[in-house]
Design a protein around this ligand. Structure first.
Ligand SMILES: Nc1ncnc2c1ncn2[C@@H]1O[C@H](COP(=O)(O)OP(=O)(O)OP(=O)(O)O)[C@@H](O)[C@H]1O
Length: 335
């Protein structure tokens, strides 16, 4: 076992809407990532992937609220830190976040090197512009980006180049955890491949110690991350290695999500997810029993009545279902 870089224990967070309603978007999530490893998070729109990402960074600004649980980054519990301390001491150095459509957030009229100066000055106010330029130039070249980009304005860069630049800026302080939320979904296939290559490069060169990659494109996860976690209605329904999750999914929801992948190939985007009939439950009033029960063809009255705990295996695999794995495998084999 390698060193644990990120550990999350039973994290619960919610939104409080302007009508004072609670939306339980992250409901009891636990996970662990070791040094040098990457975790993919998959699940339908609205299952809580982005909320989990914000929650992991301690980004608790209304309407998002922390309820309970622990977030431990390289041994330090950051779950109860205040947002100012998080901004000063965690973001950028411990955890970096690339939000959806990050490339559009760059001020188009500012030179790229100015963004980097801003990031570095928060943590190292004494660094000179020359030192920062040298550091940025070396890092950009290591990551396969031309250093001429540093003198350009965001508006002069193509979509793919802008996204890779955002990733380079976000990781300039070599964070321990990089959370990339759909980093490539808005790009064409070639740019998408380049973004993935760059993320892998960051890991291999040790500029980031671990990565969480969020996407709904499952074939992509298979080629990018070591492990995959499937979320459904604010909870994790299954966790395993990428290979296990793709070739031997246990939970009926994962089975439905993964079912369409036959032979995933690098960069494959043509494989479409099998549509699972029905819609997820309302997170304002999640069901008492299994959250997937209403869409699960194997569900019984017992599934609907009781809270379903995760079954955990010694090797890190887990799934949340009343059925034994062998029973489910047998049923799938006969279909
Ligand atoms: N600002 C908000 N106020 C109230 N509820 C919210 C807010 N943002 C998200 N939600 C709700 O929280 C739940 C989780 O949303 P979230 O955006 O985390 O899902 P997601 O899996 O990231 O979806 P997507 O893939 O579409 O980004 C959903 O039910 C969503 O409606």
């Amino acid at each position: 076992m390698g060193k644990t870089i990120l550990e999350v224990r039973d994290l619960k967070t919610k939104y409080i809407t302007r009508f004072r309603e609670d939306v339980y978007a992250v409901d009891g999530v636990s996970l662990k990532i070791e040094e040098g490893k990457s975790l993919g998070i998959a699940g339908e729109s609205g299952c809580g992937k982005s909320t989990l990402a914000l929650s992991l960074m301690g980004y608790y600004f209304p309407p998002l609220h922390y309820i309970s649980g622990d977030i431990i980054v390289d041994g330090d519990n950051i779950s109860k830190m205040n947002p100012d301390d998080i901004r000063r001491n965690i973001l950028g150095t411990e955890i970096a976040y690339i939000p959806q459509a990050a490339m559009n957030a760059l001020n188009p009229t500012q030179k790229i090197i100015r963004f980097i100066e801003d990031v570095i000055h928060v943590h190292e106010p004494g660094k000179t512009k020359k030192e920062i330029y040298e550091m940025a130039r070396a890092r950009f070249e290591e990551l396969g980006l031309p250093s001429s980009v540093l003198e350009k304005h965001a508006v002069e860069l193509s979509g793919g180049m802008k996204q890779r630049t955002v990733i380079a800026i976000s990781t300039i302080l070599s964070p321990k955890v990089l959370i990339a939320d759909e980093p490539s979904s808005a790009l064409d296939v070639t740019s998408q491949k380049m973004v993935i290559k760059m993320l892998k490069n960051l890991m291999e060169k040790g500029y980031i110690k671990s990565m969480i990659f969020i996407t709904h494109e499952l074939p992509l996860l298979y080629n990018v991350t070591d492990d995959i976690m499937v979320m459904y209605a604010g909870q994790i329904v299954e966790k395993g290695t990428a290979k296990e999750m793709v070739f031997d999914p246990i939970h009926p929801y994962s089975k439905g999500l993964m079912g369409s992948i036959i032979v995933p190939e690098a960069g494959s985007r043509d494989v479409k997810l099998t549509a699972i009939p029905g819609t997820p439950p309302n997170l304002k009033k999640p069901p008492a029993g299994c959250r997937f029960a209403e869409r699960c063809k194997y569900a019984t009255a017992e599934c609907r009545a009781n809270l379903i705990d995760s079954k955990e295996f010694a090797d890190g695999r887990s799934y949340r279902c009343i059925y034994e794995a062998e029973k489910l495998r047998e049923v799938y084999g006969n279909e």
